[in-house]
Design a binder for this molecule. Structure first.
Ligand SMILES: *[C@@H]1O[C@H](CO)[C@@H](O)[C@H](O)[C@H]1NC(C)=O
Ligand SMILES: *[C@@H]1O[C@H](CO)[C@@H](O)[C@H](O)[C@H]1NC(C)=O
Ligand SMILES: *[C@@H]1O[C@H](CO)[C@@H](O)[C@H](O)[C@H]1NC(C)=O
Length: 378
């Protein structure tokens, strides 16, 4: 083969070749380089194809980018929060979307379901996601700012980015959570995203994951647990909370998506969804759960936005699921209006009773667990 190649080259460039001896030396060196390069490139390609559990390669090159924001910075961050003492433990990360002045909601979470730091062979970390105050803060926001600084020192579980913390900026917050987990927690085994008015039965969501892991290996469905919303239509009338103009979303329905109140997602899917954000930054839909769990997964599959309908997995995920009688805790709400929300995922009512109810639910849940463990032992 070498001789053939040499002959070809000689035929083509014959007139300009140096003397035979020099040519032989050069061509041998060239061939050797070619062979070595081919081997190296092939090896690199092979290795690259293998998904590494704790790869950090995806994010650092785009450190200062978040969707279409080019000067993104972490204002607050605890880079070591995901460090584990026990390397064999699995890691569950719970990202909580919270508003700056929701001190009560964050306290309620820390005192109840967020207080669990380990269960079975899992370690658990709860992180609160925040944005910045408005450029010209109103007087009460000054107070909020200094209270947040105190909270940060006392808890070390706030992650804050430099975008204005508003409702319309929730897609930034959502993707910031993915970015954070990829940069600082890439060894996580599973992630939940929840809103700060939700009660999450941490014990049960870990049980689900444990039983689902095996099954998931065999399917290509998107690896998320969530309340699925299919066939929902954009509100077109002006002035409604979720109004969207045809310029922003021209289609008559949204793609199937996960309600953002609470959902679980694998790191693999966080990586996949994050990887398409740079292509999807020109048209950001501010309804963050539609955008992040509906539109972006379709881009991962490189299919049109409407077809086919993606299937999310939600094995036993339902708001009706009610293994324990929580009536006692939720006596303050109008149960006639709101009977569906008792169970593993409970939406709390903001206000006077939120803290008390979440603590009550947690005590009952934890009591239930302790009782059933006791009954197993005895
Ligand atoms: C970061 O989180 C870890 C684990 O929760 C905690 O021990 C540490 O104090 C936090 N660091 C800061 C600076 O708050
Ligand atoms: C969203 O955040 C960006 C970056 O901080 C800011 O310029 C913009 O005004 C915010 N948008 C809204 C609707 O608050
Ligand atoms: C749940 O608990 C409440 C208060 O203790 C009680 O009145 C109710 O009958 C219970 N419901 C069920 C289905 O057990």
């Amino acid at each position: 083969m070498r001789i053939k190649l040499l002959r070809k080259l000689t035929l083509r460039y014959g007139a300009h070749l140096p003397s035979n001896w020099y040519w032989k030396q050069i061509s041998e060196m060239l061939l050797l380089t070619l062979v070595v390069t081919t081997i190296v490139v092939t090896l690199k390609l092979l290795l690259h194809g293998v998904p590494l559990r704790s790869t950090k390669s995806l994010v650092p090159s785009e450190d200062s980018k978040l969707l279409d924001l080019h000067n993104f910075k972490w204002i607050a961050n605890n880079a070591s929060i995901c460090e584990l003492n026990d390397n064999s433990a699995k890691l569950l990360v719970i990202l909580v979307h919270t508003a700056r002045d929701h001190f009560v909601e964050r306290r309620a979470i820390r005192e109840s379901w967020g207080s669990l730091t380990s269960y079975l062979d899992w370690s658990i970390r709860v992180i609160f996601l925040l944005g910045e105050e408005e450029p010209i803060p109103k007087p009460h926001q000054q107070q909020v700012k200094s209270d947040i600084e105190t909270e940060l020192v006392n808890n070390g579980d706030l992650v804050m980015g430099n975008f204005v913390d508003t409702y319309r900026n929730l897609s930034y917050k959502h993707i910031m959570g993915y970015k954070w987990v990829l940069e600082y927690c890439s060894h996580a085994d599973f992630v939940w995203k929840v809103d700060d008015d939700m009660f999450i039965d941490t014990l049960t969501i870990i049980d689900w994951r444990a039983t689902e892991l095996e099954r998931k290996k065999k399917t290509k469905l998107i690896d998320m647990y969530c309340p699925v919303i299919a066939g929902s239509k954009p509100q077109r009338e002006d002035g409604l909370k979720w109004s969207i103009s045809k310029d922003v979303w021209p289609f008559d329905t949204y793609p199937t998506y996960c309600s953002g109140v609470a959902y679980g997602i694998s790191m693999d899917w966080i990586r996949k969804i994050y990887s398409v954000t740079s292509h999807a930054a020109q048209k950001i839909l501010w309804i963050d759960d539609v955008y992040v769990t509906g539109i972006l997964p379709h881009l991962v599959y490189k299919q049109t936005l409407e077809l086919p309908v993606l299937k999310f997995t939600w094995p036993h995920f339902t708001f009706d699921y009610n293994p324990y009688n929580t009536t006692f805790c939720l006596e303050n709400r109008d149960t006639k209006k709101d009977t569906r929300n008792f169970g593993v995922i409970v939406r709390l009512l903001r206000g006077t009773f939120l803290e008390r109810e979440s603590r009550c639910l947690w005590n009952r849940r934890w009591g239930f667990e302790v009782n059933s463990i006791n009954s197993l032992i005895m």
